[in-house]
Design a protein around this ligand. Structure first.
Ligand code: IPE
Ligand code: IPE
Ligand code: MG
Length: 259
């Protein structure tokens, strides 16, 4: 039976949604920052800056609604293809976000974890990531998982390599490899799979995000650009999720006796 976060106050925000219908884990593909800025005649980086306030308000509101884990797709393996100026600005924002929010995370009891490859990231970014992870390691409230330099194919390939290495050393027998072994070799080890994926800015694709972990996630796409994603937009996504019938390959509960 699912534990309801005692500090959460869903009734104050979504009175008609039963707390058990609130997703435990929401993963966001925060898209549309560039278009938001371009439509206003601003440089793309302005969109990223405004996107940062949507991050703050979404994380805070998810916590109040009792969502136990929020994953944010912040920078993909493929985003290195962008102009260097935009990449530099995004890296500087990552440092600012980690340093600037650290105290707030501790106050809110939020545990921060990063997924993705660290070796291509600038040293000061890795340092800021490690600082915030260490500072919040003993927090027991909601988890914030930041996908930075993340790519799902790379994650799965790494996991395969880790398992192969264990087999080579004689620590693992090939016939013991199953979906649990592989799940435990991913960056997301120990994090429950997302229940809901929200993609802003209208594209119907997953862009190399959590391909393994999304197997049974509910998908929600909104045309709203990420900087405009506010509490009302989040509530709409959760209300839509709450109406879904998740069957996981089985049959609808009400059909069980009519078979
Ligand atoms: C998402 O917004 C943020 C990142 C990928 C870092 P985009 O920058 O992709 O915005 P669009 O898709 O160009 O509008
Ligand atoms: C997905 O957005 C990556 C992040 C949100 C970090 P993109 O803008 O990079 O995805 P595509 O290029 O539209 O597929
Ligand atoms: Mg985009």
């Amino acid at each position: 039976m699912r534990q309801i976060n005692p500090k959460a106050d869903p009734l104050a925000h979504l009175p008609h949604i039963h707390p058990a219908r609130i997703p435990r884990h929401i993963a966001f593909i925060m898209d549309g920052n560039g278009r938001w800025a371009e439509e206003r005649g601003f440089p793309r980086i302005f969109g990223h800056r405004n996107g940062a306030s949507a991050v703050r308000s979404t994380v805070e509101q998810c916590g109040r609604l009792g969502v136990e884990c929020v994953t944010l797709y912040s920078f993909s393996n493929e985003n290195w293809k962008r102009p260097q100026g935009e990449i530099d600005a995004l890296m500087a924002m990552a440092v600012m976000y980690c340093d600037g929010e650290r105290e707030a995370f501790i106050r809110e009891n939020i545990r921060v974890r990063f997924i993705g490859s660290r070796k291509e990231l600038p040293t000061e970014v890795v340092q800021a990531m490690e600082n915030v992870e260490a500072a919040t390691a003993s927090c027991t409230g909601p988890m914030l998982c930041l996908a930075l330099n993340y790519g799902s194919r790379q994650e799965i390939a790494n996991a395969a390599r880790t398992l192969a290495e264990k087999v080579r050393k004689g620590e693992l027998s090939p016939d013991k490899i199953d979906e649990h072994t592989l799940t435990d070799a991913l960056y997301t080890r120990g994090i429950p799979d997302p229940d809901l994926v929200v993609r802003t800015a209208g594209e119907f694709r997953v862009s190399n995000f959590l391909l393994w972990q999304l197997s049974y996630a509910e998908l929600y796409v909104t045309p709203c650009y990420w900087p405009d994603f506010d509490h009302a937009a989040l509530h709409k996504a959760i209300i839509d999720y709450a109406s879904r019938d998740r069957r996981f390959g089985g049959v609808q509960k009400s059909s069980e006796h009519s078979a």
